[in-house]
Design a protein around this ligand. Structure first.
Ligand code: 13P
Length: 280
């Protein structure tokens, strides 16, 4: 299928949240599409700035586009957590159908100004925009936010921000963090509920790895429409290869390691999609 925008995915008749998975290479992209296809669910293929740096924009865009074209489910190609305006423009020109401007490290007025500019440029190209307000903790590639720097999204600011920027969806900080949780995650569900009630655009939850199933179901029930996952894919990938090499140290063909890793990632993809479908 041809790539669709994030807005088209949100507008389609799909109950629950749509999962966004980061991919860094062919295997991660194939695992995401295969998992989504097996369940007939739409999916968001996401690339971080770190992913672009690792694979190169041309390679990673080509992989994303081909995966989407060959896939039998609707797919959006999304630039995740971009802090670099130039890269964002390059991604739009290359064919990304959705971008996230992450200016959450800037003061409110500057985040608003930059996000508004990104929305102007992206919308002119028919591309959807996600922004972040509040600051999500943890580590994702080049972005490291420690506990003291992380802060939750303020509902009044969120209304002002969304009204002024006309952003298509908003990543909110309600207690999730990127990477592996230390201890049980604690979410402010009352805040999420409040944000859901005052905003009329889809809410995005980052830091989906490691959240207990019941919590995932709860946030979807409250109304989260985009649910981001990366770390669990990476862990499944590497744990599979580690175990294989332990059992069969004589293996040397990368395909004998990467194919089982792909299968393990596909299972993670399927489990997250099932969990975030409404009614599960
Ligand atoms: P995790 O790596 O914690 O799953 O977070 C992924 C994410 O939020 C991508 O933007």
């Amino acid at each position: 299928m041809a790539l669709v925008t994030l807005n088209q995915l949100f507008a389609a008749d799909y109950a629950g949240a749509i999962c966004g998975f980061d991919f860094v290479n062919l295997e991660t992209a194939k695992a995401i599409i295969a998992g989504a296809e097996e369940l007939g669910a739409p999916v968001i293929l996401m690339v971080t700035e770190g992913g672009v740096k690792y694979a190169g924009l041309e390679y990673i865009t080509a992989i994303g586009k081909i995966a989407a074209e060959k896939g039998r489910v609707p797919v959006a190609l999304h630039l995740d957590h971009c802090t670099n305006f130039q890269l964002l423009i390059q991604a739009i020109k290359s064919g990304f159908t959705s971008v996230m401007i992450d200016a959450s490290h800037l003061p409110f007025a500057e985040n608003l100004k930059l996000t508004k500019e990104v929305v102007r440029v992206a919308h002119a190209a028919g591309v959807s925009v996600e922004a972040e307000l509040g600051r999500i903790g943890g580590k994702e590639d080049n972005i490291q936010v420690n506990t003291a720097e992380a802060f939750m999204t303020d509902p009044d600011e969120a209304v002002e921000f969304v009204t002024a920027t006309k952003v298509d969806c908003l990543a909110v900080a309600v207690g999730t963090s990127h990477g592996i949780y230390k201890g049980e995650p604690s979410l402010n569900l009352a805040l999420l509920q409040k944000l859901q009630s005052v905003l009329d655009i889809p809410l995005v939850l980052h830091g989906g790895s490691g959240l207990p199933d019941a919590m995932v179901k709860k946030v979807v029930e409250i109304g989260v429409r985009k649910f981001n996952v990366w770390t669990e894919l990476a862990v499944a990938h590497t744990a599979t290869i580690r175990a294989l090499l332990k059992e069969q140290p004589e293996l040397y063909d990368p395909r004998h390691l990467l194919k089982p890793a792909l299968e393990a990632m596909k299972e993670v993809v399927k489990s997250k999609i099932l969990l975030t479908q409404a009614g599960h």
